[in-house]
Write a protein of this length. Structure first.
Length: 151
């Protein structure tokens, strides 16, 4: 099992950050490991939304099956991973600087299958590789949000 946490401060209010994070189909614009998102439900927002995320990390590609388990607009988005890699994830938006800025947190608990190295794959793939990719993702998200706020 791998527990990962990354965070970044964004010069925008939580509602401004949420407006970029809420459209799940647009996550491919800031997540470098997400290639495509395909919804499995008619609903595309809120608890119960299910989707497939084609994911590529280096030479590895897989389809991440996800379902939204927590949805608090402007505050929290939680998911359950039920595909090859299982576990849970959560985005949190915390107001800072009297609400003028946002601390965007991304926490995941992932279990890798034996053929992706199991616990060792979780340690190497999760803590080393994914943390680096997700930090890059958060920097891209920050740029997108801050550019939208300045427009």
């Amino acid at each position: 099992m791998s527990r990962l946490s990354v965070a970044i401060e964004i010069a925008a209010t939580p509602p401004q950050v949420w407006s970029v994070v809420e459209p799940i189909e647009d996550h491919v614009s800031w997540m470098h490991d997400a290639v495509a998102i395909r919804f499995q439900t008619d609903q595309h927002r809120g608890v119960g939304t299910a989707f497939l995320c084609d994911t590529k990390v280096g030479p590895f590609t897989l389809v991440d099956h996800m379902e939204i388990t927590e949805w608090i607009p402007g505050t929290t988005m939680g998911v359950r991973h039920t595909g090859v890699v299982t576990g849970t994830g959560r985005f949190t938006l915390t107001p800072i600087d009297f609400g003028r800025r946002t601390l965007f947190g991304w926490n995941e608990t992932l279990i890798f299958p034996w053929w992706l190295g199991g616990p060792i794959g979780a340690l190497i793939g999760g803590r080393l590789v994914l943390r680096s990719i997700w930090q890059r993702n958060l920097h891209t998200l920050k740029q997108l949000v801050e550019a939208a706020v300045q427009s």
